[in-house]
Design a protein around this ligand. Sequence first.
Ligand SMILES: Nc1ncnc2c1ncn2[C@@H]1O[C@H](COP(=O)(O)OP(=O)(O)OP(=O)(O)O)[C@@H](O)[C@H]1O
Ligand SMILES: [Mg+2]
Length: 250
Amino acid sequence: MGMNTAMRTNTAQVIGVVGGSGGVGASVLAAAIAVRAAQAGLRPVCLDGDRLGGGLDVTLGIEQERGVRWPDLAGARGCIDGPELLRRLPSVDGVHVLSFDRARDVALAAEVVQEVLRALSEVADVVVVDLPRPDHEFFAALAPSVDAMALLAGSGIRDLAGASAIAGHLIEACPAVWLCLRTSGKGTHFADTVAAALDLPLLTVVREEPSLAADVLHGIPPGSSPRSALATAAETVLSRCVVGERRDAS
Ligand SMILES: Nc1ncnc2c1ncn2[C@@H]1O[C@H](COP(=O)(O)OP(=O)(O)OP(=O)(O)O)[C@@H](O)[C@H]1O
Ligand SMILES: [Mg+2]
């Protein structure tokens, strides 16, 4: 870690998304953040951190696309060529994704995961990591390189209990942790109350996205429709976590 910093020409902003409980929509939010980044003219990469989660390529609707996935990199040694890796990743609408593969489970050494992030950070503006919970190895390997984390909490009692169990670990691991709350409520009073209880700053609420199920079936990446609930939430995350990162040239 920290090697070659003097030689770096570009370093992406790294955003981690963590679900406060299972199935709350963290992978979808991570994908939507990358989709909105691409729409804004940034170069995003999505990193799948959920080894047995089925694959972030599925969330983006490009599981049939050929290209490199984590198992292809498990044996990597030494320096990884960022531009070459980026070229070989499957992509949709300007979003590249490094996904796990449901057909090929693989354990990844922390050094490989860290080197992949370093290499991709040189060729991307934003790397969005779909992080597992803090008790997983992948979290430990990447957390020190994450600039900002979004904890997506659900609104039910068990969701909130789960989020509170995780929040402290995130704060320990990362200097900038934000709360995103999945809620159908119209106002923000509830969200403010949850943020105060978890002692996290509220970044955005994530409302129900009615078209999501149909979009997934049609291979439309989450967050593609401007002004949709997901696009709005994802843009809020982006604007807070990637301040001033928009690139004018090169
Ligand atoms: N904002 C949303 N509105 C409506 N449905 C959503 C929303 N976000 C996610 N979903 C749906 O909820 C389900 C779970 O989403 P997702 O896989 O993103 O959750 P997760 O938190 O990553 O789950 P896991 O704990 O398995 O990693 C999916 O069917 C997805 O389509
Ligand atoms: Mg997930």
